[in-house]
Every structure is written in structure tokens, then in C-alpha cells.
Design a protein around this ligand. Sequence first.
Ligand code: NAI
Length: 217
Amino acid sequence: MDKEISQAVIARLPRYFRYLGELKDSGVERISSQELSRLMHVTASQIRQDFNNFGGFGQQGYGYNVEYLYSEIGKILGLDKKHHLIIIGAGNLGQALANYMNFERRGFIFTGIFDINEKLHGKMIRGMKVRPMEEMQEFVKDNNIDIAVLTIPKESAVATAEKLVGMGIKAIWNFAHVDLDVPDSVQVENVHLSDSLIKLSYMINQYEKEHDIGEEE
Ligand code: NAI
């Protein structure tokens, strides 16, 4: 693929992938851009434009082949390969993520969980025991780990990320509220759940403005 695809299109692909996965699971074989548009609340022309970036995926008047589209978008997103991930920080968030099975459906294999707190060592979380940090280096090497999930306080996230880079990790899913300085060869995705919540507050505000709903104290 030689053409540069815009970040906006890339950002929309996971949502397409999710909807197509659900359609596929419920046995839908073909879908038109109009039907997909109704389902996803995106205009049909946006969908056609987005898919045109990747050669269209469809035939005029035939609609899209759901299975094919799902697997092609999966390939673009690198989801045709398996990723092995470890979670660092077995607190509330780390345990919640470890317990969320659905990532595995997308090829993200939860392989290990680590924490600095001795009291947690050996505790079983979804069939995995929490391991001490000292075991991490060898574990990363032996288990072909490519993604680390950081669910530790920001104070220790930078140093931990540095260590992970040294171990040859390919990507960090960073929940700690701090920017990580890593080489270009290491991919970082920062997650701030509060951003999403703040967006919700903005949406409430906008709706109330547009519908002239005043504040009631
Ligand atoms: P928690 O206190 O329940 O868990 C943190 C765990 O990290 C503890 O088990 C602790 O022993 C461990 N830990 C601390 N330093 C460590 C180190 N150097 N190496 C390995 N393990 C270490 O906290 P919680 O609620 O799970 O949150 C974890 C972090 O994620 C916090 O920094 C919090 O601010 C952040 N957070 C971020 C969210 C986001 O949307 N980005 C949402 C919720 C929490």
C-alpha cells in the first residue's frame, strides 16, 4: 500500500472492524454502504470514501462481503497476527483489564501480570499468577511479549517504560497519566478514560444549549 492514509481514516477503522465482526458473528454475509451507514450512524459516502482508500473492498450494486471486509480491515490493523501482552500493575485497573476476556478475540493474548507489591505475588488473576518485577525481563524474552500495558502510578511509569524499551518491547498501552519518551521504534498509545468522560460533559452542554434547556438549581 503506497498511498498515505490519513490518521482520521485509520482512527475510524477499529469501529468498522468491531461492527463488521458483530455482523459476521450474527451470520450476515453482505452489507451495502447504506445499511452499514444506518447501523453505524456514519454517512454512506463517508464509508465509501474510507474504503476507497484501501481499494474499495466492494462491487457496485453488490454490497460488501462482510467476511472479506472484516479480514482485510483486520490485516490493515495488524490483527491477523497475534500479540502477546503483559500487564504491569496488578491494582484495580490492571486486574479489570486482565479480567476482560474480549481482547483475546482480537488476537491480544494476555500472557502475564506483574506488580511490585509482594502481597500480590502469587495471587491468581484469570488463571495467571501475579509475578514479581524481577521476573519480567526473562518472561518478556521467553514468551515473545510485544505489548506492555502500564497500569502503575505515573511516578514509576517513565522508569518502567525505559526498562521495557531495553527489553525490546514493541508497544506500550499507557494508562499512567504521564507522557513517555521512547524511541520511534516503540509505539505508545496513551489512554485517558477521563477524556472520554469530559467529552460526555461537553455533549450534555451542547445538547442543552441547542435545546434551550436551562440549568435548574
Ligand atoms: P492501584 O493503586 O489499584 O494499582 C496500582 C498497582 O501498581 C499497585 O498494585 C501497585 O503495587 C503497583 N505498582 C506501583 N508501582 C509499581 C512499579 N514500579 N512496578 C510495578 N507495579 C507497581 O491503582 P489503579 O486504580 O489500578 O490505577 C493505576 C494507575 O492507572 C494509576 O496511576 C491511575 O492514575 C491510572 N489510571 C488511569 C486511567 C486512565 O484512564 N488512563 C484510569 C484509571 C486509573
